[in-house]
Design a protein. Structure first.
Ligand code: MN
Length: 504
């Protein structure tokens, strides 16, 4: 009993300590009140790890503080599981903490069902049009709901070791297929990488460990060479009177894995395993630095990217260039301002900074112009949410929503979700599961009905692959495939199979 209380107070104290740095004393008092209410509501409940349940909402809230979210969001993080799991009502929350917090808790509750600390995402993701609608409206009404869900998922991933192997796989896959892309669409780079790394380490532990080792080895070999490049560049920039900071950034295991799939597994063809990131005071200086680097080293023509003039769809901005040094080392540089850097790491969360209460209020009132211009899709959703609220009929089919517009989501018969590019065939899906299943595929069932190899997968399809040992890949298969990974595997199989390779 004593141990139980002890853990709880320590965690509470730590969160309050963390919050004191960023919020007013009034706000911290509110937060403390919320923690006490959550502690009472979750009293006696335990996580699968055996820890008091309260550790979970406190960790979620702690992430939200760390991401620089406003106090309403942090408090909603503390209370996010209380309505679903406990006797607390939304009215209680509204009375105690205001409309915004209650709205956020309601949004998070509606977005997922809580089952022993896990959320079943398939209950609200694009499985059916109706659920997709709900999901999109939730984002449009208040994107902070999604940010709380990301914090929730991140902590669930961090405590995944306590669940069964089957659940681990399921949750890791969902996270990789949905939550990581979602974080990416919001340009929350740091969160995306954390979600990807944990998920990948569960889905393919061997590969994960192998790539980690490769990165470490190469980093060791490369860092001395890099030091001299750093020195040269620092000297040039200082000579030109440009104030700057420079850090090395190492590729994550999962993004290395993705790149290796693209480059057909040639690890030596990957030039940005380690990049040098230069942060300067303003945009003009970014271009100036680029010029200086190109004067110093030979740039590789096709690898110069100006994401400042043309930001990525998620709003990411930077100049990228890959150069060959005099010692013939290949080095990638990323040049950006402090603001661009902050935005790349924290993404949309950066817009809800505790210091920017004004922007927050404007956002809450549905003033669309306050959204970063590059996240047009959120502005679009806000407009739609407003129309739905006003009782208008909205045809979601006609909406161009960029969120997942280039993907379809399909399910295995067991209910595991897979994200594939639009236009993928059931054969792509088969290869995605395993190449042994792909190469033996002879028929497919979509939602229980047999379809041909030419079928194009639709979001919500449940795909079953029928296999036969005698089946062999043939040249026609290449025409049916959309994903490069599957094509690559088929090509390899055709090469290894003397019977098929002789055919024209
Ligand atoms: Mn939760």
């Amino acid at each position: 009993m004593q141990g139980f209380c002890y853990t709880r107070t320590v965690k509470k104290a730590r969160l309050l300590e963390q919050a004191k740095e960023f919020y007013s004393s009034d706000q911290v008092n509110q937060l403390e009140r919320a923690i006490d209410i959550a502690a009472k509501a979750h009293a006696g409940q335990k996580r699968k790890s055996g820890e008091p349940y309260l550790t979970h909402p406190l960790m979620v809230a702690s992430f939200l503080v760390d991401w620089g979210m406003d106090i309403d969001t942090v408090i909603a993080g503390v209370l996010h599981d209380t309505v679903e799991d406990c006797d607390l009502t939304l009215e209680d929350i509204e009375k105690g903490f205001g409309h915004d917090t209650a709205f956020l808790v309601d949004g998070v509750t509606k977005l997922g069902k809580v089952r022993s600390g896990m959320h079943d995402i398939s209950s609200y993701l694009p499985k059916t049009k109706d659920n997709l609608t709900k999901f999109l409206i939730a984002i449009g009404q208040d994107v902070r709901v999604v940010i709380i869900k990301l914090a929730d998922r991140l902590h669930n991933l961090q405590t995944l070791q306590h669940l069964s192997a089957e659940k681990q796989q399921k949750i890791a896959r969902e996270s990789l297929e949905i939550f990581a892309p979602l974080a990416d669409r919001l340009n929350m780079g740091r969160v995306r990488v954390r979600i990807e790394e944990i998920s990948f380490s569960y889905l393919d532990p061997h590969r994960y460990r192998y790539l980690k080792k490769q990165l470490k080895q190469r980093l060791g070999r490369f860092s001395k060479k890099l030091d001299s490049v750093r020195e040269q560049v620092t000297k040039e920039l200082t000579k030109a009177g440009i104030k700057h900071s420079m850090v090395g950034r190492i590729k994550s295991a999962y993004s290395l894995h993705k790149k290796l799939v693209k480059t057909e597994q040639n690890i030596d063809a990957i030039y940005d395993m380690i990049a040098l990131r230069i942060i300067v005071e303003n945009k003009d200086l970014c271009y100036q630095v680029l010029g200086l680097i190109h004067a110093l080293y030979t740039p590789i023509p096709k690898r110069i990217k100006d994401y400042i003039a043309t930001p990525k769809q998620n709003g990411y901005q930077s100049l990228h260039t890959t150069v060959i040094t005099k010692e013939e080392h290949i080095v990638e540089f990323q040049i950006r301002t402090e603001d661009m850097h902050d935005y790349a790491e924290r993404g949309l969360a950066a817009s809800f900074h505790y210091n920017e209460q004004k922007l927050n209020d404007a956002y809450a009132k549905g003033k669309i112009a306050t959204m970063p211009a590059n996240l047009q899709w959120i502005s679009d959703l806000q407009a739609v949410a407003a129309r739905v609220k006003a009782g208008e009929e909205v045809d979601f089919e006609k909406l161009k929503v960029n969120l997942f517009s280039d993907s379809v989501f399909v399910y295995s018969p067991k209910g595991d979700i897979f994200e594939l590019p639009v236009g993928s065939s059931p054969l792509d899906f088969a290869y995605r599961i395993h190449s042994d299943i792909g190469k033996k595929a002879y028929a497919f069932k979509i939602n229980g009905k047999i379809v041909g190899f030419g079928y194009k997968l639709q979001t919500g399809d449940i795909v079953e692959v029928l296999t036969r040992r005698s089946v062999r890949p043939n040249l026609d298969w290449l025409k049916r495939l959309k994903t490069p990974q599957a094509k690559q595997k088929v090509r390899k199989e055709l090469k290894n199979d003397p019977k098929t390779s002789k055919k024209p």
